[in-house]
Design a protein around this ligand. Structure first.
Ligand SMILES: Cc1ncc(COP(=O)(O)O)c(C=O)c1O
Length: 355
C-alpha cells in the first residue's frame, strides 16, 4: 500500500525525542522552541520567526494584530485550503474570493484588481503547491492600493521568489507543520516577519497578552497559542536535513513528470528551479476514473481542494472559471519523502495504461 502522503521523521529525530522524554525537560514551549524559531528564521533568511500551534492560528493572529475595522475585506484565492479563507472570519473580517491564473494556479492579478474596493485591506497569497505564480505582480498591486500582503506559504518551504524565500515578500509569511507538510511536527505552524513591531505583538498575543510567561500582567488581549518543545524538537531535527528533503521532493516531481509528459490527457503545471513542490498535482478530465483505478492497486491519491466557492459557506461568490475548471480535475499523487523511484514508475505505468 502506498499512501498519498505520510510523515517521514527519520531515525535521529526518533532517538532525540526519546532522549528528550527521558531527560529532565520542561516539555512546554521553551528552549527547543527558541532553537527552532532561530533556525527556521535563518533558513528562510527572515528577521523573526514565531511558533504557533498550526498554520491557521498563524494567519488569524496576524489579522487580529492588525486591528482592522470589523468586516474589512481579506482577499484570498479560490484555490487554497479552506483555512486561508476561514481565518478572516476568525478575525471578524470578511473573506472575498479571487480566481486563479490558468498559468500557475495561484491568485490572478487581473481578477484581484477587479475585486479591490474601499473595504479591501489585506491580501493572503497562497503559493499553491510551492508555486510562486505572480507574487511579484500581486506585491506591486498591494503596494499601489495600500493593501497588506500576507503569504500563506504552507505548501512552499524551499520556494524562492527573486532569490528570497517565500514568506518574506509582504508583512508576514505563514507556514504549517501539520502531518503532510515538508517539515512535520504532527501539528504546528510559524509566522516569519521582518517587522519588529509585529513580532512583538504576536509574541504577546500568543501568550495571553503577557510579555513573559509566569508574569501575570496582561498588556493586551491574547490567548494561549503556544506549542511544545516536543513538537519543536521534531522541527529542529528535520531542519538539519532540509536540503535533502527539498531535493527529494523535486526529484519525485521530476520523475512523475518524465513518466507522464507524453500523456496528452494529463496536464502538469511547471515547477521551476526556484520552487519546491509539496506534493505532485496533475489535472485531467478522467480524474474520478483514475483515482479508482489507482486505489484498486493500493496506490492512494487525493482530490485537490474543491474551489472554495463550491463549498456551502462560500457559495455566494460566483464566476471564477479558472479555479472551477482546474480544482475539479486535480489529483494529488503519492508524494511521500520515502517514495521510491521504482514505485513512481509503477504508478505511472498504471496511469499510462488506463488514461
Ligand atoms: C495552504 C494551506 N494553508 C493553511 C493550512 C492550515 O494549516 P494547519 O493545518 O496547520 O492549520 C493548510 C493546511 O493544510 C494549507 O494547506
Amino acid at each position: 500500500m502506498i499512501y498519498q502522503i505520510k510523515p517521514v521523521i527519520g531515525s535521529r529525530a526518533r532517538s532525540e525525542l526519546i532522549k528528550y522524554i527521558k531527560g529532565d525537560n520542561w516539555i512546554t514551549e521553551y528552549k527547543k522552541t527558541e532553537e527552532f524559531e532561530k533556525k527556521f528564521a535563518k533558513f528562510t533568511n527572515s528577521k523573526y520567526c514565531i511558533a504557533f500551534p498550526n498554520g491557521t492560528l498563524t494567519m488569524s493572529s496576524v489579522l487580529d494584530c492588525l486591528n482592522l475595522k470589523k468586516n474589512s475585506e481579506v482577499l484570498v484565492s479560490n484555490y487554497t485550503m479552506v483555512a486561508t479563507a476561514n481565518v478572516a472570519k476568525l478575525a471578524n473580517l470578511k473573506t472575498v474570493l479571487v480566481d486563479i491564473s490558468s498559468n500557475d494556479l495561484c491568485m490572478c492579478p487581473k481578477d484581484l484588481k477587479k475585486k479591490i474596493n474601499k473595504k479591501s485591506k489585506v491580501v493572503i497569497y497562497t503559493e499553491m503547491n510551492g508555486r510562486v505564480g505572480q507574487l511579484e505582480e500581486i506585491r506591486k498591486i498591494c503596494k499601489k492600493k495600500k493593501l497588506i500582503l500576507i503569504e500563506d506559504s504552507a505548501h512552499a518551504i524551499g520556494t524562492y521568489c527573486k532569490k528570497r524565500h517565500v514568506g518574506n515578500h509582504g508583512l508576514a509569511g505563514s507556514f504549517s507543520f501539520s502531518m503532510p507538510k515538508l517539515i512535520t511536527m504532527g501539528q504546528g505552524g510559524a509566522i516569519i516577519t521582518n517587522n519588529q513591531a509585529l513580532e512583538k505583538k504576536l509574541r504577546m498575543y500568543k501568550n495571553f497578552g503577557r510579555k513573559k510567561s509566569g508574569e501575570d500582567i496582561h498588556y493586551s488581549i491574547g490567548y494561549n497559542y503556544k506549542i511544545t518543545d516536543i513538537q519543536s524538537l521534531l522541527g529542529v531535527e528535520q531542519l538539519r536535513n532540509i536540503k535533502k528533503r527539498i531535493y527529494t521532493k523535486k526529484k519525485i516531481f521530476r520523475r512523475y513528470y518524465l513518466n507522464l509528459k507524453k500523456n496528452k490527457k494529463i496536464k502538469f503545471f511547471d515547477i521551476k528551479k526556484n520552487e519546491t513542490p509539496w506534493s505532485v498535482d496533475i489535472y485531467l478530465k478522467e480524474v474520478k476514473k483514475l483515482k479508482k483505478i489507482l486505489e484498486k492497486k493500493k496506490f492512494y491519491t487525493r482530490y485537490v481542494y474543491p474551489p472554495l466557492n463550491s463549498q456551502k459557506i462560500y457559495k455566494k461568490y460566483k464566476n471564477m472559471p479558472n479555479s472551477s475548471y482546474y480544482c475539479k480535475r486535480g489529483l494529488w499523487l503519492p508524494s511521500s519523502l520515502d517514495l521510491s523511484m521504482k514505485s513512481i514508475d509503477q504508478i505511472c505505468r498504471v496511469i499510462n495504461q488506463h488514461i
